[in-house]
Write a protein that binds this ligand. Structure first.
Ligand code: C2O
Ligand code: CU
Ligand code: CU
Length: 501
């Protein structure tokens, strides 16, 4: 079964693709220390920072930056004037020291999404608040047995997180380890793809940072960027392999990727390696999700389009006339109405893969790294995701009937325990459920066992669906959170506090 575009999609592509030049660079850096929106220069792979001598040390300046997008100048929020923020690379055992400077006019902080590190102190502490003009030092050690993988840093100050991520803040953190030393993986050319939909002209301030139906759906921006660029060109050698490390850095948008004539060979999910590659025709990533895939340069030399296909994740339009579950059958992918999303019906070219040079034919790995199943759970809990109307507040988003409250502990677990969590989506929108600090394994969806074991920290729970996950609260005690990673939903209440003790 090959990947095929429908005729309608081709027409939409023909209309949309010509509008932007291949590889147009949009964003760039004003230097560290620039307080005002600066001039732009392209963010490139060279803006990375690697640990050396067992230490990763850098300053991150959260600031407004002037950018050019199709349609005109806009303001984005960046780290160090770069979009995405600098690419960070560490190894297990490394120490990390980051000094965050808040040059925004709202409070912020930093979260190290997916890392297994302490949730308190000045490590992955989402309860810290860094005031405008203030500086915060973060420090932690990557555990020596930390899995290799593709992780994601972004702001996590409740009340400003959705605006700041939507405005542009976020970056990729790579942990290098055993997966990267598998010879077939090591032989692949590596490419990070940070997916971000940006607000159009005027930036986030023009999109409205307040309430409104957009906020309830989860705001999606009309400008689709990969590494801060519109339709960049990626090179693959004929016969060779490219490893794409893909991060969905969006506030709310689900990205559904397909590469013309080339399957993806999935080698890692959020939390690291699979046991063996899994071949996929398309890849769906919710906000916060990551995937590492190998692509094989075994087709005719030429250029192939990386597409973002239409997807529907439920919507407010269904809340009146239609009951929950309607239209949620297998045909939901791209086939249904738009549900109020900006580009719900047309595929978009987001990057172009171009054959360049040639190498001797490289094999795919047959084995990766073992994924140990988690033991039987000490207990099972149930989390019901829903929304409701609160007097004077409009729509609120709830977990087990409650909206997030700072300082209230919703779930207490024992350090070292394995638990099974049943996540029930009782609403009419899909919710990507995310847990901090410890990765989990998806056990089943609506009673159907998951086809393969994988380490995840975000799982899409479809409207009406029940997903069971299993996790172990290993190594670190303290308070942290779980929430919907449509960050507008998190802000509107769909988050709970987890205490590990
Ligand atoms: Cu990506 Cu609570 O975060
Ligand atoms: Cu997180
Ligand atoms: Cu949600």
């Amino acid at each position: 079964m090959g990947f095929r575009l429908g005729r309608r999609s081709f027409l939409a592509l023909a209309a949309g693709a010509g509008a932007t030049a291949v590889g147009a660079a949009l964003f760039g850096g004003s230097g560290i220390g620039d307080r005002r929106p600066g001039s732009a220069a392209a963010a490139t792979a060279s803006s990375g920072v690697r640990s050396s001598g067992g230490l990763l040390q850098l300053d991150l300046v959260a600031q407004e930056t002037a950018v050019q997008i199709p349609g005109g100048p806009a303001t984005a929020l960046t780290y160090n004037g770069l979009l995405p923020g600098p690419l960070l690379e560490v190894e297990p055992g490394d120490r990390v020291r980051i000094r965050l400077h808040n040059r925004l006019d709202r409070p912020t902080n930093l979260h190290y999404h997916g890392l297994h590190i302490p949730p308190g102190g000045n490590a992955d502490n989402v309860f810290l608040s860094v005031a405008p003009g203030a500086t915060q030092d973060y420090g932690f050690t990557i555990p020596t047995d930390h899995p290799a993988g593709t992780f994601y840093y972004h702001p996590h100050r409740h009340g400003t997180v959705a605006d700041q991520v939507f405005g542009g803040l976020g970056g990729v953190l790579i942990v290098r380890g055993a997966l990267d030393r598998i010879p077939e993986v090591q032989a692949a050319r590596e490419q990070v793809l940070f997916l971000k939909d940006l607000p159009g002209e005027g930036g986030i301030f023009a999109m409205g940072a307040g309430m409104g139906p957009g906020r309830m759906l989860g705001r999606e921006g009309p400008v689709l960027t990969v590494n801060g660029q519109v339709n960049p060109s990626l090179a693959i050698p004929a016969g060779g392999l490219v490893r794409l490390r893909i991060v969905n850095g969006s506030n709310a948008r689900f990205w559904r990727l397909a590469l013309e004539d080339h399957p993806f060979h999935l080698i890692a999910t959020d939390g690291g390696a699979l046991a063996e590659p899994v071949e996929l025709r398309e890849l769906l990533l919710a906000p916060g999700e990551r995937a590492d895939v190998l692509v094989r340069g075994d087709r005719q030399s030429g250029s192939y389009r990386l597409l973002n296909l239409p997807t529907v994740r439920g919507g407010l339009g269904m809340m009146g006339g239609m009951g929950p579950g309607m239209g949620m059958g297998p045909g939901w992918r791209g086939g249904r109405g738009r549900g109020g999303f900006p580009d719900g019906e047309s595929a978009a070219v987001i990057a172009t893969l171009a054959y360049e040079g040639a190498v001797a034919l490289l094999p795919l790995p047959s084995r990766l790294l073992p994924v140990a199943p988690l033991p039987e759970p000490a207990r099972t809990r149930r989390f019901v995701l829903d929304h409701g109307m609160a007097p004077g507040m409009g729509m609120v988003f709830l977990i087990n009937g409650r909206a997030y409250e700072h300082g209230r502990v919703d779930t207490r677990v024992r350090l070292g325990d394995t638990e099974e969590w049943e996540i029930v989506n009782a609403g009419v929108m899909d919710h990507p459920f995310h847990v901090h600090i410890n990765p989990f394994q998806v056990v089943s969806r609506d009673g159907r066992p998951e086809p393969f074991l994988a380490w995840k920290d975000v799982v899409i729970v479809r409207a009406g669906e029940t997903v069971r996950i299993r996790t172990r609260f290993a190594d670190f005690a303290g308070r942290t959170v779980y929430h919907c990673h449509i960050l507008d939903h998190e802000e509107l209440g769909m988050m709970g506090v987890l205490e590990i003790a």
